[in-house]
Ligand binder design. Structure first.
Ligand SMILES: Cc1ncc(COP(=O)(O)O)c(C=O)c1O
Length: 384
């Protein structure tokens, strides 16, 4: 079992069934990814409902750094800090690396024949699944939905194709279920969008505890607010439940980047489940500590806004690269909250995007023009 190559060992999982025909199986299989690159000291992860013990993280470089973000600040500004998960793993970073390690740890005892998962064309989750399951020797099939065509989305899309996974395009939401049914095979392990679920949520419970240790060690002041992008809500939910198990009193400000009104309920549901699995009694306090911020969504998922573009420029000036779909919107909100002050308040922006160059993952990827039209159509032109 090659999960050991990622330093992963652990728990148990369920698997499922049916058969399907992938449309595309591109060529390069981890052409330039060296397993040795991930061969950090193996630590045992135990990830199961009610028990999550993963103090250093398997194959992950923990703790991830924290640093102050210099604003050339007006005196009345709050302080802005960054907790940077971007380089948490040498192959691919961001919140997906934390989550995927926790998810794969649950598969060690009974590795599935294949992982079947979902995402938008430029899904960081699908790319991370392709990378980490690929290293573990588990084939991946992904049902992909269209996404607005930005440079970042195109690069991520080509990178995930370059990992040699099978892709079933679903050119509209209505076609997602038929695409899933066509894809599903006996023995598949189905992974929901964003890897959402208890193991992934518990990964961010650990991350909240990691933050508390950094505060205790004096690496940063206790944050009043933690600002993070909200997609499936798993990351925010894990932080919320994890914070409730620490002495930190920080609120979680989850910045919604996907339309719809269920984000708060979904996030709280995931947080409650994680908190209960940890034996935490006061789950009512979770709702009071969560703010879902909808003001950054603009015209919708994956569509840049003037404020997200401004935030991207400010991040880039300071060496923090942001993606238009998730992190630019979250960072824009962190900047706005910081500017609101008051002085002395501490805002922590949690960076969830991989900061590693995509070039090694793009080696061997087809160019866009080389792809079948049904794959190319997954990138939707943006009308301004
Ligand atoms: C870079 C990045 N940040 C944040 C998120 C949102 O994380 P979650 O789905 O846990 O809410 C995603 C999800 O895809 C992501 O790719």
């Amino acid at each position: 079992m090659r999960l050991g190559a990622l330093g992963i060992a652990a728990a148990h999982v369920t698997s499922n069934a049916r058969r399907g025909q992938p449309l595309a199986k591109p060529r390069a299989k981890h052409a330039s990814i060296s397993l040795a690159a991930s061969a950090q000291p193996a630590k045992t992860a135990r990830i199961a409902a009610g028990s999550h013990s993963n103090p250093r993280g398997p194959g992950l470089a923990l703790p991830t750094p924290v640093y102050p973000f210099r604003l050339g600040a007006a005196a009345e500004h709050a302080e802005l800090w960054v907790k940077d998960d971007g380089a948490i793993h040498p192959l691919y970073g961001g919140n997906k690396a934390r989550k995927l390690h926790a998810v794969l740890a649950t598969l060690v005892a009974a590795p599935p024949r294949r992982i079947l998962t979902f995402g938008a064309a430029g899904s960081h989750h699908v790319l991370a699944t392709a990378v980490f399951a690929g290293v573990a020797g588990i084939p991946v099939q992904a049902v992909l939905l269209p996404e607005p065509h930005t440079e970042h989305v195109e690069a991520t899309f080509r990178a995930l194709i370059g990992q040699g996974i099978a892709i079933e395009p679903a050119l509209s939401k209505a076609r997602a279920l038929p695409a899933f049914l066509r894809s599903y095979r006996r023995g598949d392990q189905v992974l929901g969008p964003g890897g959402a679920g208890l193991p992934a949520t518990l990964a961010y419970v650990d991350a909240a505890r990691e933050l508390e240790r950094q505060v205790k060690e004096g690496a940063l002041p206790p944050p009043d607010e933690i600002v993070v992008a909200l997609g499936t809500g798993t990351t925010a939910a894990g932080l919320l439940a994890g914070l409730a198990s620490t002495r930190l009193t920080s609120r979680v400000i989850a910045v919604q980047v996907i339309g719809g009104s269920l984000s708060r309920a979904t996030t709280l549901g995931l947080a409650w489940r994680a908190a209960r699995s940890l034996g935490l009694r006061n789950t009512r306090g979770l709702a009071e500590r969560l703010t879902v911020e909808r003001g950054e969504l603009g015209s919708g998922y994956g569509l840049p806004t003037p404020s997200s573009e401004g935030a991207s420029r400010r991040g880039a000036d300071a060496g923090l690269s942001l993606d238009p779909t998730y992190t630019a919107k979250a960072f824009a909100h962190a900047l706005a909250r910081t500017a609101r002050g008051p002085a002395g308040r501490v805002v922590l922006y949690w960076h969830t995007l991989s900061t590693l160059p995509l070039a090694p993952l793009l080696a061997g990827s087809p160019r866009l023009a080389e792809l079948e039209p049904r794959l190319r159509q997954l990138l939707r032109p943006i009308r301004r």
